[in-house]
Write a protein that binds this ligand. Structure first.
Ligand SMILES: [Zn+2]
Length: 443
């Protein structure tokens, strides 16, 4: 689809007098899909990882008070009552332990051994897996293999003491997250999304275990929350490993650790770049470690996002008030979120909803024609309507004599004002993509 413009000068050109001269029966009427929902100038998503308790006990009440939705990437297997919990998918683990006594760890058998290592009931197993995963993510396969070789040797010679296996969701924190709370927060407008079943280094898993983590976290969210909770995911440790990202992209359209849409390059957290890429339709700009960032710098991200018009700022938060990794204080959170909420140029939405809007818009077709004195608008996109169900914001040129416009789509009816700039007049309104036409009636 052609490039759309949003600034005032471009609007004047796009919706100029020429659009009205030809408004006789059946004539095309100029209509555009706004770059962001509600015709805002930029988007902000506030995202949280790992589901630590103060995200819900402290951050959610602040966000609810300010009317801001958040996205929470959770490990589905750790909540009480989850159907799918952490487990090894493959042959009996004893067989792998036995084989490792005589067959050295190499880059082929590494993935099975690493996947199984977390479930060998010895003290420190998860730590060996974690260190091997770090090496794989850094592209250092030989060192990763050496860590697994060392692990299985110590399992064989009894150096690592045996422990009783414990289910990942067995020792639930009484203050912790439950599926009932997840459903309640979802009803408040927040998004829950996959951080996999058990928070593994995905890059160190074999295909069967990687698929289990991706597919079963999705199935659990589908069963417990519904289809809208199945769009977004974050592979733990923000892995950029090509193999892991390629698998994850097949299951989740909104992948925070790597979406790679051709019209939206990402600028990931931890890298120094600013989002200045004016030639791109969209730029996803991730900023993390807010607890160690001066407030003025964080406010600057908001100002940049509102000023540049193609930026989607994605904030990545872990701990809150002493609980979780690099915790942000609730006082800073309150001050910063208040600053975000006060900026009327920004659309603050969940990670999933911004993805929906961008992907729907980039795949949509829209047309508008005169019918009598009305304007009839058709809007559609070819994506799965169950998952991509967000209304798009349309801007349609209208008769400058109109004072207000009644927008009707199916049973829904709203009245919107006519916006003007010199000779131009247009209406901005929400429309649901699909086969139901939108009728604009002016008076
Ligand atoms: Zn995490």
């Amino acid at each position: 689809m052609k490039t759309l413009h949003l600034n005032a000068a471009a609007m004047l050109l796009a919706l100029g007098a020429g659009a009205f001269c030809a408004c006789s029966g059946g004539t095309e009427v100029k209509t555009e899909i706004a770059k962001w929902q509600y015709d805002k100038r930029g988007a902000v998503s506030i995202t949280y990882d790992d589901g630590s308790v103060n995200q819900f006990n402290v951050a959610v009440p602040i966000m609810n008070r300010l009317g801001l939705p958040g996205t929470f990437f959770i490990n589905t297997g750790t909540l009480p009552g989850s159907e799918w919990t952490g487990r090894f998918i493959g042959r009996p683990i004893e067989e792998i332990v036995e084989e490792a006594k005589t067959v050295p760890t190499d880059t082929v058998n590494f993935y099975e051994r690493a996947s199984a290592s977390r479930y060998v009931p010895v003290k420190g197993a998860e730590d060996y897996f974690f260190r091997a995963g770090q090496k794989i993510d850094a592209g250092r396969k030989a060192e990763a293999c050496a860590i697994m070789e060392d692990f299985y040797k110590k399992v064989a010679d009894g150096t690592l003491p045996r422990v009783e296996p414990v289910a990942t969701n067995a020792a639930a924190d009484p203050d912790g997250l439950t599926w009932d709370k997840v459903r309640q927060f979802t009803a408040d407008g927040h998004e829950f999304a996959s951080h996999m079943v058990t928070h593994p280094f995905m890059s160190a898993l074999d295909e069967a275990n990687m698929r289990y983590e991706l597919d079963k976290s999705r199935e659990e969210l589908l069963k417990q929350v519904g289809i809208r909770a199945t769009i977004s995911a974050e592979c733990p440790y923000g892995t950029g490993d090509g193999r892991a990202v390629a698998y994850a992209q097949k299951v989740y359209p909104a992948l925070r650790n790597g979406m790679h849409l051709e019209y939206m390059p990402e600028i990931m957290r931890g890298r120094p770049e600013s989002p200045v890429k004016p030639e791109c339709e969209y730029v996803q700009w991730q900023r993390g470690i807010l607890s160690a960032t001066p407030m003025d710098e964080m406010k600057g991200w908001i100002d940049t996002t509102a000023g540049q018009q193609n930026v989607w700022l994605v904030l990545v938060i872990h701990g809150v008030d002493g609980i979780g990794w690099q915790p942000m204080t609730s006082a800073d959170m309150d001050a910063y979120f208040s600053y975000i909420a006060a900026n009327n140029d920004l659309w603050t939405a969940t990670f999933g909803d911004v993805t929906r809007y961008v992907m729907e818009r980039m795949n949509a077709t829209v047309s508008a024609k005169k019918r009598g004195t009305d304007i009839v608008v058709n809007l559609d996109h070819p994506l799965d309507k169950a998952l991509f169900d967000l209304p798009l914001t349309l801007k349609t040129a209208v008769d400058p004599a109109w004072q207000e416009v009644t927008v009707t789509q199916g049973d829904a009816q709203t009245v919107v004002p006519v916006l003007r700039d010199g000779e131009s007049a247009w209406a901005t309104y929400q429309a649901q993509p699909g086969n139901m036409e939108v009728v604009l009636s002016g008076k």
